[in-house]
Design a protein around this ligand. Structure first.
Ligand code: NAI
Length: 312
């Protein structure tokens, strides 16, 4: 018995994500909440339509794709002003109604919205880093697809596994291509390697540009969110040792106290994250990428923490 709840269910991500969760046989109840059109989506999916608090009651897993998406020329940080308040409000609802739920934050800027949820939970005394996740899975999905493209065989995209660590914007996204399950051709030039890294880091911009003002990734995000949620749902359902939960964790990493949030490959169990995998052996180029990610990620985390500190 697993109850999943989507906050922001009527949006570009929320609708297909709700559909995919509805199609997951392990989800026995689905709660939907949005500030607009929830009954329409709920009726469409033949699901319940209730106000947030009621929708959240007894939730095992809550996914949050609520908030505004990017338009061309915007960075994820430009969304902070609007989305920070939305996420803070929703986090308060979760803290008071479903404090034991696994929380998956999709709303951008993820690097700052995850600390916002954590800080709100701390205020309510319900923070459990093992259960809070920033959803960076789309970066993993993109990395797998782009590597399969380079290998010249798109049928591999499902089986290619590339760890992507760090955060979820620009230089904070660090693909560890040297650890790809399917190694890159040794003949790949330095230029092509760098272009691949850039494409993983800025893949979201391709979609924002192509949509030309109509938003950012929704379908690929719904797919990625449902993939990650499915792993969490299996863990909630009692399955042990689910590995490589596609790179998302709010748990402190080996990088220490300075970076309390750093997405890493993790192992999941019923209680949440049971193990954070270390970065492992990485190349010099990847060490440089990690070094470049840290100052930006640190700044983003502080922005989220300060937002909540100033609000109370
Ligand atoms: P959208 O505008 O289509 O949908 C957002 C939905 O949130 C709307 O239906 C809106 O009514 C709802 N909403 C706003 N305030 C709310 C509140 N207080 N409570 C409940 N619902 C509320 O946007 P879209 O394209 O679905 O994107 C949603 C978010 O996901 C954006 O912040 C976007 O940047 C982010 N995103 C994250 C990705 C990731 O990899 N983590 C990838 C792509 C987008």
């Amino acid at each position: 018995m697993v109850k999943a709840v989507v906050l922001g269910a009527a949006g570009g991500i929320g609708q297909p994500l709700s559909l995919l969760l509805k199609a997951n046989p392990l989800v026995t109840e689905l709660g939907l909440y949005d500030i607009v059109n929830t009954p329409g989506v709920a009726a469409d999916l033949s699901h319940i339509s209730t106000p947030a608090k009621k929708a959240l009651t007894n939730a095992d897993i809550v996914v949050i794709p609520a908030g505004v998406p990017r338009k061309p020329g915007m960075t994820r940080d430009d969304l902070f002003k609007i989305n920070a308040g939305i996420v803070k409000g929703l986090a308060t609802g979760i803290a008071t109604t479903a404090p034991k739920a696994f929380v998956l934050v999709i709303s951008n800027p993820v690097n700052s919205t995850v600390p916002i949820v954590a800080e709100v939970f701390k205020k309510f005394g319900v923070f459990d880093p093992k259960r809070l996740f920033g959803v960076t899975t789309l970066d993993v999905v993109r990395a797998s697809t782009f590597v399969a493209e380079i290998l010249g065989d798109l049928s591999l995209s499902k089986s290619v596994a590339v760890p992507v660590v760090g955060g979820h914007s620009g230089v904070t996204i660090v693909p560890l291509l040297s650890q790809s399950s399917h190694p890159l051709p040794s003949s790949l030039s330095q230029d092509k390697y760098e272009a691949l890294v850039k494409r993983v880091q800025f893949g979201g911009d391709e979609v924002v540009k192509a949509k030309d003002g109509a938003g950012s990734a929704t379908l690929s995000m719904a797919y990625a969110g449902a993939e990650f949620a499915a792993k969490i749902i299996r863990a909630v359902n009692g399955e042990k040792g689910i590995a490589d939960a596609t790179g998302s964790s709010a748990l402190a990493s080996e990088l220490g106290e300075k970076l309390p949030y750093f997405s890493s490959n993790v192992e999941l169990g019923r209680e949440g994250v049971v193990k954070v995998h270390p970065l492992g052996k990485i190349t010099e180029a990847e060490q440089t990428l990690v070094k470049a990610a840290i100052p930006e990620l640190t700044k983003n985390i502080e922005t989220g923490v300060n937002f909540v500190a100033e609000a109370y």
